[in-house]
Design a protein around this ligand. Structure first.
Ligand SMILES: Cc1cc2nc3c(=O)[nH]c(=O)nc-3n(C[C@H](O)[C@H](O)[C@H](O)COP(=O)(O)OP(=O)(O)OC[C@H]3O[C@@H](n4cnc5c(N)ncnc54)[C@H](O)[C@@H]3O)c2cc1C
Length: 452
């Protein structure tokens, strides 16, 4: 009798959405022993980008038709009972500065909004166009209008599909599924390098044999998948790996407001609101009555001694307060007052710098390291990967198996990447990212509302 085929030993580093979704895809495919490890002692890691109150689940609201279709496919998965109701289909109100009429021609407005809106119909989504401020207000039921501003200078559309996910709970649900399917998850295991073969293989490449932990322990594997999010460039600083030159950690500002039970009743039926001109967005209250608001913007850099930006989080000594730049507190409040004037007069109950793993194109990196066999990178979320939690691991598996479509292979590769593929509402403009100045961070006093 033939012995059963040996299972391939897959070691996934990082238990955020890339790591957990990849683990699920390999387990569901079968034939793999899957182990996920993470540096954090308690999982989900408190400072991971995936660990959050909530994340927007856009359905089709992408300028890229491919990402629009993929996001709709992900929503179909989110609705399944296995995600235990972590997804809430509130719909999304997408707004932007209205186009201006110059010499009788409509100019300006947000091209991303126009492109995204045009992608919805072919996907079977009937968005409600809201071309004027009055249309935006009139879209809401009478009893909600008192909560809203007059949306001066804005136009947009309402997408009834999509909404938001309870992010941290969804990651916990995903981790539970990994364990139920026979995978292993190890906390408090920080890697500080890859173990490479001494000799090159027949193709002339070194082979990843496993990882080295900070404790000195070696973990062996047939395939190493790196899903370390914004920590990736700092973990692989050598340009020879190709990640520190492609990816950059940028700190994005988030604030929270605690609502009273009375306010929760009024606000909870509202959709996610996303202003693509400023990048400002806010959620309906979560089950604890907390409203999260943030700005999808350039963010700030925190360079280490090698000049590589690395996340400065609540686990970084001296940064436990989670304070954000003072100017971002002001911008967040201005955005809030521009949409929900009454909420704009409440104190912020907390802030956080949450770290994107950015690439110039806004596209992820899901590719084998070109010079090292058995080493796969799955990261570069660029501030928009959470919504793909139920499906992103299947793309990682396809890359491993060589079955990823040519379009996606190119889009997420180490090489040949385009500069702008419509993944994102562009955040670059002519500006460059600022370096985080610790002295310019807000204080607890700055989080309070002041009329002055
Ligand atoms: C403020 C903010 C808002 C966002 N909003 C949205 C949204 O509304 N919708 C959306 O779709 N997306 C959103 N995103 C993007 C989304 O959250 C990310 O793309 C996604 O969560 C990235 O997942 P990840 O697995 O790559 O990284 P992470 O979730 O950060 O996970 C990386 C993991 O690697 C671990 N790790 C790091 N270094 C090591 C090491 N040396 N050894 C072992 N483990 C290590 C970390 O502890 C961490 O758990 C947002 C991101 C931020 C920051």
């Amino acid at each position: 009798m033939q012995p059963p085929p040996q299972k391939q030993n897959v070691l996934i580093v990082g238990a955020g959405i890339f790591g957990i979704s990849t683990a699920l895809a390999f387990l569901e495919k079968g034939g793999y022993d899957v182990r996920v490890i993470d540096r954090a002692k308690v999982l989900p890691a408190v400072d991971a980008a995936s660990t959050d109150l909530n994340k927007i689940i856009r359905a089709g609201d992408y300028a890229s038709p491919t990402l629009a279709r993929m996001s709709v496919e992900a929503v179909a998965e989110w609705r399944k009972p296995k995600w235990q109701g972590t997804y809430h289909e509130s719909g999304c109100l997408v707004i932007a500065e209205s186009p201006k009429i110059i010499n009788g021609v409509a100019t300006g407005g947000d091209d991303f909004v126009k492109a995204a809106q045009s992608n919805l119909a072919p996907l079977g989504i009937t968005a409600v166009p809201l071309p004027t401020p009055a249309d935006i207000v009139a879209h809401f039921p009478e009893e909600q209008r008192a909560l809203l501003s007059n949306f001066e200078g804005k136009s947009g559309y309402f997408n009834p599909v999509g909404g938001w996910a309870e992010a941290e709970r969804a990651v916990s649900v995903g981790m539970q599924m990994v364990l139920e399917q026979g995978g292993h998850i190890g906390a408090g295991m920080e890697i500080d390098g890859i173990v490479l073969s001494k000799e090159p293989n027949a193709s002339g490449k070194k082979v990843a044999k496993g990882v080295k932990l900070k404790s000195g322990q070696i973990l062996e594997a047939d395939l190493v998948v790196i899903c370390t999010g914004a920590w990736t460039p700092g973990l692989f600083p050598s340009p020879s790996f190709g990640v520190s030159t492609l990816l950059q950690a940028s700190g994005q500002s988030v604030a929270k407001i605690q609502l009273t039970p009375e306010e929760v009743k009024k606000q909870s039926a509202l959709p996610v609101v996303f202003d693509l001109s400023s990048g400002w967005y806010a959620f309906p209250p979560n089950p604890e009555g907390i409203v999260k608001l943030a700005i999808h913007g350039l963010g700030v850099l925190a360079p280490n001694s090698q000049g590589i930006s690395v996340p400065r989080t609540v686990l970084t000594p001296g940064a436990e307060g989670g304070f954000i730049p003072k100017e971002m507190v002001d911008d967040l409040r201005a955005g809030l007052r521009g949409v929900f004037p009454a909420l704009g007069e409440k104190d912020f109950s907390g802030t956080r710098l949450c770290w994107y793993t950015d690439s110039p194109s806004g596209e992820w990196l899901i590719d084998h390291q070109p010079d090292i066999d058995s080493l796969l990178f799955a990261t570069g979320g660029c501030g928009h990967a959470f919504k793909f939690f139920p499906t992103i691991g299947s793309y990682v598996l396809q890359r491993h198996l060589g079955t990823l479509s040519p379009e996606l292979s190119k889009m997420w590769s180490f090489q040949d990447r385009a500069n702008d593929t419509g993944a994102d509402h562009r955040r670059e403009g002519d500006e460059t990212r600022k370096v985080l100045e610790v002295e310019a961070l807000a204080t607890a006093e700055d989080l309070k509302f002041s009329r002055s």
